[in-house]
Write a protein that binds this ligand. Structure first.
Ligand SMILES: [Zn+2]
Length: 291
């Protein structure tokens, strides 16, 4: 797209009454022909008949973002499903299945199948800020932050969907998440976890400001009763801040009372079935049951 076309698209978006603080170009998307691998894998899904699909494209300083937004207008009260990492295909697949099953809205960062935004034209120039789309909430990505949070309805619960590499070599970092159920400082362990749910990589994650001993995060009882271990992250930082720039930190520090419900789900790379199995448990939690 040429320079003038971009300006025109941005101008039209603004003119169309969008509430964005800066131009965000919204375009409807045909999932049958869209040039995104995540959608191509599901080209024949009958759910498209009732889903609406669009892209949002915008620049945030040097950053160039593309979000795929899929909504179920027939069931808007479902959760907000968020897939920030474009290399975690099973997370997207589970999210689309969840949207088809439970309604709501799915937002995925489109980044050519890569986890991190690339230096240069397609992504953040030189990554002066975090290259990880799940570290750019808050002041480092103000339009990204406002756009993603602006797609959430008031009170809509949020599910962050991720996959990770197997093993316990470290926490966080390059997508490696591992939970030791004996780690009572960090983990609400399920006494009935078995099979894949006991592999340490297939877990739910919740965050809050209180120390774990005082924390009462939502859905822990439901998830534990369904055999799912729940890791707890205590988030520090001033109210209204963004912590480490992840969506979980951003929402935990948001000035809302009560805080918006957020649950992250992690399965091993490629294991959409286990991610979906955790989603099915989570959707029995009262905080997620649609009114
Ligand atoms: Zn991820």
């Amino acid at each position: 797209m040429g320079r003038w076309a971009i300006i025109l698209a941005a101008g039209l978006s603004l003119w169309a009454g969008a509430t964005w603080a800066q131009p965000v170009a919204r375009a409807p998307l045909n999932p049958a022909t869209a040039p995104f691998a995540d959608l191509a894998r599901h080209r024949d899904d009958p759910a498209w008949a009732r889903l609406s699909v669009a892209t949002l494209r915008f620049a945030d300083g040097d950053y160039r973002w593309t979000l795929i937004v899929i909504s179920d207008p027939t069931r808007p009260a479902g959760p907000f499903w968020f897939v920030p990492h474009d290399d975690e295909n099973a997370a997207f697949d589970a999210g689309l299945h969840a949207l088809s099953t439970y309604g709501g809205r799915l937002v995925a960062v489109a980044n050519g199948g890569r986890r991190d935004l690339a230096a240069g034209g397609r992504g953040m120039a030189g990554c002066a800020h975090p290259c990880d789309p799940n570290r750019d909430f808050g002041p480092q990505g103000p339009l990204y932050d406002a756009t993603v949070l602006g797609l959430m309805d008031p009170g809509q619960p949020v599910v962050g969907l991720h996959t990770n590499a197997p093993g316990g070599s470290g926490h966080g970092g390059r997508g490696s998440v591992f939970v030791d159920p004996a780690d009572s400082d960090r983990v609400f362990a399920s006494p009935t976890a078995s099979g894949v749910f006991a592999n340490g990589d297939t877990v739910a994650i919740v965050a809050g400001r209180a120390p774990k001993a005082q924390a009462r995060p939502p859905c822990v009882e439901t998830l534990n009763a369904g055999g799912v271990h729940v890791a707890y992250e205590q988030v520090s930082g001033p109210p209204g801040g963004a912590g480490d720039g992840s969506l979980s930190n951003r929402l935990a520090l948001e000035a809302r009372d009560p805080p918006r419900v957020y649950v992250g789900l992690e399965a091993r790379h490629g294991d959409a079935a286990s991610e979906i199995a955790m989603i099915d448990v989570l959707m029995t939690c009262p905080a997620f049951v649609a009114p």
